[in-house]
Design a protein around this ligand. Structure first.
Ligand code: ADP
Ligand code: ZN
Ligand code: ZN
Length: 731
């Protein structure tokens, strides 16, 4: 008797046994198949993990599965294994982890079959004069088809305003026809445009990359503008010309039209772009195209790591230091770390690239686990920017801007170039306060102030999203002396516009770019090359190319310098250098001015005088001395409750219990429990316990025991707990 052991999407960390469907003629049950099963009073889709002949239950008590949904598993065996490994490593219920590795429609039971894309074109000899002059829509659609002699998909037609009905009308008149996209063979030309001639550093980097075959992990540490992307493109070209595919992962806000354009312009091969605006159907199609080997290049953010490739050739992780590669809730995996595992399993090269590599990756490079390739010069004609710290301790600031900074901005504008003002706070001002009694607009659900927004006017908590109107008078003392405190991007925009009325001021933050195509319109304005001021948050820091920006002004270089999180320094340094990297990308040399209250801070000085590498090596020494990652391995046990102190006392009791029961192996250490840095958030009280060990295996074993214990324990059902392995931040 064959028993199917399934991972079911439920919060329980266990597998479920079922009998095969009645009358099933399935010759074999391969792990990874989707199986429809009755679960409680509904049907769920489980994933077959293994078959067995033994079960701890009575056979007669086992339910029968309803249907096996696939003939072959959606994920190839090694990716299925990777997803299972990740579930175990990140202590996440396997059923949910395996589901998350699949596109949404497959989780819902849709067929996992590639459908050849249907394209539309005009018929040969079709004459537009056949159409009546008042058939405006048909005429427009006809023209659109004419513009695409090699065919255009229905999706693309709809995006241009056409409809299926109009298309059918043209088809009836024998003016339009549909056909299947022909399969491109790898004899087709790979390139659209000639690659750039590499400079010496790029060439030697590429040579090193191409020297080895099979699995190699390489770090390209290249300053912004050193031409890393060009090296990726040429490394990918090699894989493509061998008939293989490339997987490119980029940060969440790095998947810009500009990035995609560079790939599209270079390669003459089908590409799948997994961006967040795709419908579930489009996402599944892209996924299937990759699995089928039709899409030769797959570009996507974190979740694209589980996209199957028929002929895997190379994996690229651009901006590998970016925190968005780590999922911050639920299945807390690191796509970057999984990518390295994946490349090893597929025996292909992986490139991690960044101007500001994470300390983890640098450590791996230092230890010789990764090939370490450096590019220190900017490519092409542009030069590295000059840094200057502006000491603002004695300065009187006007709306957050020092006199020196204002005068520098004026100079650059009058020279006809563009200025980028970086301020990592959206909204008008970080809070609203009463001048008479000192009342501050706090969020009732979080330990945080509410941010004042003017467009539209409201108070907004950026932590729990609570929004409310702006009070006219102080709720404490009825005074009308309510005043915004501090400067956010809206306020900075207003102040700069007042100071420089002759130049456009363009704000770039989450609020100003919500409208569809907003970013596109902004980039059009910037690309016109006319002098202007860009003021914005870290949205400005990544992926964009602003050739005319010659001055980058960092309003507050100190934020994050004294963070409670041990990664605060690293993140601050990365952000500063990424923003600075926007300056002087073309012929005009760039300047970076950083306002700071801590101009003599050793870290800032190392960064400014000796660059990121020097900073990072110093910071690695500090981490080593303090027994912090990457020298030790961390996990964070978080707990949340609706009542104050409960989360903390729960963790304290847990710690006690483990120590008493001697479940605690040697060489595992605890810190805490402590209240989380923001104790109350969205109405929940939060605490955390840090667990660390020098040996990963020991830590892992303990975490597995801990999970088991927590699932049994009655008390733990009263709190919301989670485990975060290799946490990206400690909040
Ligand atoms: P990175 O990814 O390291 O920030 P990019 O690949 O975006 O750098 O390159 C920065 C700029 O330099 C781009 O405009 C690019 O077209 C140009 N560039 C890169 N390599 C070369 C080269 N070998 N010759 C001329 N220009 C180059
Ligand atoms: Zn008051
Ligand atoms: Zn809040």
């Amino acid at each position: 008797m064959i028993i199917l052991r399934l991972a079911i999407p439920s919060p329980l960390r266990k597998l479920f046994d079922y009998l095969p469907p009645a009358g099933s003629e399935q010759p074999s049950f391969e792990p990874g198949l989707r199986v429809l099963v009755p679960f409680g009073n509904r049907d769920l889709i489980g994933i077959l993990v293994e078959t067995t002949t033994e079960t701890q239950f009575e056979i007669s008590k086992l339910k029968r599965a309803k249907k096996v949904l696939d003939e072959t598993p959606p994920l190839p065996a090694h990716l299925f294994k990777l997803a299972r490994w990740a579930a175990s490593y990140y202590q996440h219920p396997e059923g949910d982890a395996l589901q998350q590795a699949l596109p949404v429609l497959l989780r819902k039971g849709q067929a996992c079959e590639y459908q050849h894309e249907l394209l539309w074109r005009t018929t040969t000899n079709a004459q537009i004069s056949t159409l009546k002059t008042n058939a405006v829509r048909q005429i427009e659609l006809f023209k659109l088809l004419k513009e695409h002699p090699s065919g255009i998909s229905l999706d693309a037609i709809k995006a241009e305003g056409g409809t299926l009905n109009t298309l059918r009308s043209l088809e009836e008149k024998k003016l339009a026809e549909s056909f299947h996209r022909p399969h491109k063979s790898h004899h087709d030309q790979v390139l659209h445009e000639a690659p750039l001639t590499l400079n010496e550093e790029q060439q030697s980097t590429l040579t090193q990359l191409n020297k080895r075959s099979g699995f190699t992990a390489s770090l390209i540490e290249g300053v912004t503008g050193s031409g890393k992307t060009e090296v990726y493109l040429q490394a990918i070209e090699k894989a493509l010309s061998e008939g293989k595919q490339a997987l490119v992962l980029v940060p969440e806000i790095g998947l810009t039209p500009q990035t995609v354009m560079r790939f599209k312009q270079r390669f003459n091969l089908p590409m799948a772009v997994l961006h967040s605006n795709l419908s579930d159907r489009q996402r599944l199609d892209a996924w299937l195209q990759a699995r089928e080997g039709v899409a030769k290049i797959v570009i996507g953010t974190r979740s694209a790591i589980f996209t199957p490739l028929k002929h895997p050739g190379i994996i690229i992780i651009d901006e590998e230091h970016d925190a968005s590669f780590k999922q911050q809730d639920g299945f807390r995996y690191s796509a970057r770390d999984l990518a390295v595992m994946r490349a090893r399993a597929e025996d292909i090269p992986i490139i991690l690239g960044s101007a500001t590599p994470s300390l983890e990756t640098l450590h791996n490079a230092k230890e010789g686990r990764y090939q370490w390739l450096k590019m220190t010069q900017r490519a092409g004609t542009s030069q590295a920017p000059t840094f200057k710290l502006l000491d603002i301790r004695q300065e009187k600031l006007s709306e957050g801007l020092s006199a020196q900074l204002i005068s520098a901005i004026g100079q650059h504008l009058n020279n006809g170039t563009q200025v980028l003002v970086f301020l990592n706070r959206r909204g008008y001002s970080p809070t609203l306060s009463c001048n008479d009694c000192g009342w501050i607009a706090d969020c009732s659900r979080c330990d945080a102030h509410m941010t004042l927004h003017r467009e539209p006017p409201h108070l907004h908590c950026h932590h729990c999203d609570k929004q409310q109107g702006i009070p006219r008078v102080c709720p404490e003392c009825n005074s009308d002396q309510l005043q915004p405190v501090g400067v956010g991007t809206e306020r900075s925009e207003q102040a700069l516009q007042k100071l420089f009325p002759d130049f456009p001021v363009i704000r770039v933050d989450r609020d100003s770019t919500q409208r569809k195509n907003a970013m596109h319109d902004i980039m059009d304005k910037v690309n016109s090359g006319d002098p202007c001021i860009l003021v914005g948050t870290q949205m400005l820091a990544k992926g964009h190319h602003f050739p005319k920006v010659t001055l980058v002004a960092i309003i507050n270089a100190d934020s994050g310098l004294f963070s409670a999180d041990f990664r605060g320094m690293e993140r601050t340094a990365q952000l500063i250098l990424q923003v600075a990297g926007r300056a002087g990308r073309a012929e005009d040399p760039g300047t970076v001015l950083m306002q700071t209250y801590h101009a003599d801070h050793p870290i800032l000085q190392t960064l400014v005088e000796h660059g990121y590498s020097a900073f990072a090596l110093e910071e690695l020494q500090n981490r080593k001395a303090a027994k912090l990652p990457p020298y030790t391995h961390y996990a964070l046990l978080r707990a949340e409750t609706t009542t104050q102190y409960r989360a903390e006392s729960f963790l304290a009791a847990l710690r006690q219990q483990l120590e008493d029961d001697l479940l605690l192996p040697e060489n595992v250490h605890w810190i805490g429990p402590f209240p989380s840095p923001m104790e109350k958030r969205a109405g929940m009280h939060r605490a955390q316990l840090m667990i660390y060990a020098e040996n990963r295996k020991i830590l892992h074993q303990l975490l597995a025991n801990l999970c088991w214990y927590l699932e049994q324990n009655k008390e733990s059902r009263k709190v919301r707990w989670s485990i975060d392995v290799d946490p990206a931040d400690t909040f």
